[in-house]
Write a protein of this length. Structure first.
Length: 94
């Protein structure tokens, strides 16, 4: 998994720039004999999570992650895989 910093928070890890993310994805796919790219991940901001819940709107961090995933599929770095959000996992475990 490659981590994307979708919130732009300095205290979070991950790729901030789309170009850097896809350069890393290309390296893993084409040049690494020891790694396999399974997908993208993010740790969204608390503020975006609260706003999404309060206003019943999509979480901006996960919307951005989905956009990056779609671009990765088009660039042939990522396969179409099932997306799991915390909410889906939460519902699954109940």
């Amino acid at each position: 998994m490659l981590q994307c910093n979708t919130s732009g928070e300095e205290n979070k890890g991950g790729f901030l720039e789309e170009e850097e993310l896809f350069r890393a994805a290309e390296f893993v796919k084409n040049e690494s004999n020891f790694m396999k790219l399974e997908g993208l991940m993010t740790i969204g901001s608390v503020e975006n999570s609260k706003r999404a819940a309060e206003e019943n709107i999509p979480n901006a961090d996960f919307t951005r992650l989905h956009e990056l995933r779609q671009k990765g599929i088009k660039k042939n770095f990522l396969r179409k895989l099932e997306l799991f959000s915390c909410r889906k996992i939460e519902n699954f475990t109940r």
